[in-house]
Each structure stands twice: as structure tokens, then as C-alpha cells.
Write a new protein. Sequence first.
Length: 436
Amino acid sequence: METIKERFIEKALPKVEVIRKLKKEHSQIPVSEVTIGHVLTGMKGIVSLLTDTSKLDPQEGIRFRGYSIPELQKLLPKVQSDGEPLPEGLFYLMLMDELPTPENVAYITSEWAKRSEVPKKALQVIDALPTDMHPMNQYVAGIVALADGSKFMKAYQSGMNKKDYWDPTYEDVMDLIAKLPRIAAYIYRRSYHNNQQIDPDPNLDWAGNLAHMMGFDDDEVKRLFRLYLFLHADHEGGNVSAHTTHLVGSALSSPYQAYAAGMLGLAGPLHGLANQEVIKWILEMIKELNVENPTKEQIAQYVKDTLNAGRVVPGYGHAVLRKTDPRYMAQREFALKFLPDDPIFKVVSNVYEVVPPILSQIAKIQNPWPNVDAHSGALLLHYGIKQYEFYTVLFSVSRALGVLAQLVWDRVYGLPIERPKSQNPAWFMEKAGLKS
């Protein structure tokens, strides 16, 4: 069977000519109108990035290479026929722009297993950190420690044609993704289980092995991890983690450095850290109300108290989506199947009924619906992963699939370093006809 890299070359190189033609012959065609409001509200909705791997529709949710989450739950290879899609298959789709066969997925699983050994010096860097340091800070330090092994940087420093930058980038991407479960599990066992490490199982898939190395060998946990790492893999190119990975990569930083930078963005409470904030908010509500299963009326009052205190209800709202996040619904379906009587899941369900009507009454809120973070913590908590500070690390492992697949394409296209123009407030005031 031909390798994925050989198939990638066949698909990618013809697209390079398309990008060159667009840049050479159609550069003057406008794609977005930028207003002062766009600049001062985070450039939301302004088309300014090229992203192949996924597209976020406000009404439909995320589509990976054109396929919706429900479609991929049916089409991607699985371990069980009624199971969850293997993340390896989603990576193949995002990289190759074609649905994988079971053989393609088995090839990726095998490749990642071969590349998964983490150098001792990277683990030593993690070991030098306090065990109570936030897991995301440990995780990023471990990624940076891997950067010395970058094949891209070695190839670049030895001198190579820029049209070939994608090749060692691909090798770095495959190496890095392969090592992430080991890095994540190592931090988990070190921080929460007295550094009692568990060796990887070469017979397991990528997500299943992560669960195993963390100490969870129940089949349902492996199924949850496959779903979790599938759902969190990508969300278009403009979110903080994807955009940061792309931006740092545009400077020809190694994939390790670019990914590490992106994950520092994911660690923010307005991005990936929200999954930690959601479960923390729910547990605080239960504690303050002193009831295991708050009524909808109690939840409604607690939500109003949260808002009146100038805080947000974590897990609700999204910069782009204008409906319930399909990733939330996929997790809800999993919960209804495997843990319908779980008390935290029941609270999450009641919050889902209570919060949107309250937020809908606030004029400035355009999306009162839950996003992916509103549900994930309840599932992890049910299976004994109680350390919610670690949840964003799991998000990071998954997000590598999308941002790094796109980084390979960035190098194929030869995209330049990003350097947007900025102006001071006086310039904007002059544009608006105001006196400084």
C-alpha cells in the first residue's frame, strides 16, 4: 500500500498551482469590508485566513472538509460498529481531503505507535516542574522540550528549497501527534497519582492508549476518549488556538513551537479552559445551594445571580455559532446512552433548559446556546477524571489534529509570514470624524 505521504503529494501539489494563480492573477478581488467595529470587537466574521481543514457555519456548526459531525459519526472507521469515530480517521480526512478506509486508519495508528516514544530529556523538563503547577503549563513545557528534535528545523538549517518545507513539517507533525498522549498521560499520573506511570499498550488505538496510560481501561472510557478527541479536533482557522498555531508557523517556527504557542491560547478561560470553568461553576452551584440535584427554579436564580455579579455563565455562547453546538449534542447522546442517571448529567440537562431563555432576554447576547465545553466535564467526571484542571490538556491533545494538519497545508501553499497593519486610537477617531 502506498504511504499517506505519497498520496498527499498526488493531491497537494496540483493545489499549489491554484493558490499561485489566485495570488498572481486575482489579488485585487476584495473578500471582506473591514469597519471600525470589526477592529474593536475582535475582527469577528472578517475573512482573512485560508483554512482547508474545517468550516464553521453559524447555523449548521462545524463541518470537517464538508462533512458534518453526524455524517462523520456514520462514515469514519470505528473500533465497534456502534462506536465512536476514531480520531485517526478525522486527521486523515483533514489532511487528505478524502474519507479514509479502515486500512488508512490502521496505517496512521501504526505510524503513531512507531513514533510515540518521548525522549527522556523532555520528561526531565516536566519532572523539573512543581507537581501542583497547572497541567497546561506542564504540557506546553513538555511540547517545547520536544522541539530540539524537529526535523523541519534541521532540514531548514541544512539548506533546502522552500517548496519542500512541507515535507519535514509533515514528519514533525506525525512525530508530535504520536507523542502527545504519552506527554499528557505522564503529566496526569505525575500530578495526581504519585508519578506511578503506566506503559503504553501497542495494541490500542491513539485515543484508547491515552485512556489506558492515564489509568482508565474500562471500555466506556476508551469510547468516550475517542468521541472527545474526535469532537475537539478543529473549529475553523480563526479561533485563538488555530490562528496562533498558524501565525507562529508563518514565521517558519517548527511545528512544536507553533503548536505550543497555540495551546497557550487554548489555556485561556475564553477558549479551551472554559471546560474547566463549566464543571467548576456547576460544582460551586451544588455546594452553595446545598442540594445534589437543584431544581430548575434554583438553577435559574443562580444563573441570574451569576450574571448580576458581572460574570458569564461558562459554556454558553459562541463567537460564531447561533445554535446549540453539534458537539454538545454528540456528547449529550453519549450521556443518554451510557450514563442517563448520572446526577451531574441531570444538572447539565436542567441547565440546558434554563440558561438559553434567560440569556435570550439580554440584548447584546446573540447566541444563548451551549457550546462544546458545557457538557464535556460532566462526562469526564462521571468516569472518575475529577481533576478538572486537566480537562484542557485533553482538549489540547485533540486540537493538535486540526491545527497541525493545516500547518502542513500552510507549508504546501508557501503562505507568507502574517503581518497585518495596526493604527493608534487617533487614527480611528479621525476616520470616525471625531476630535482627538
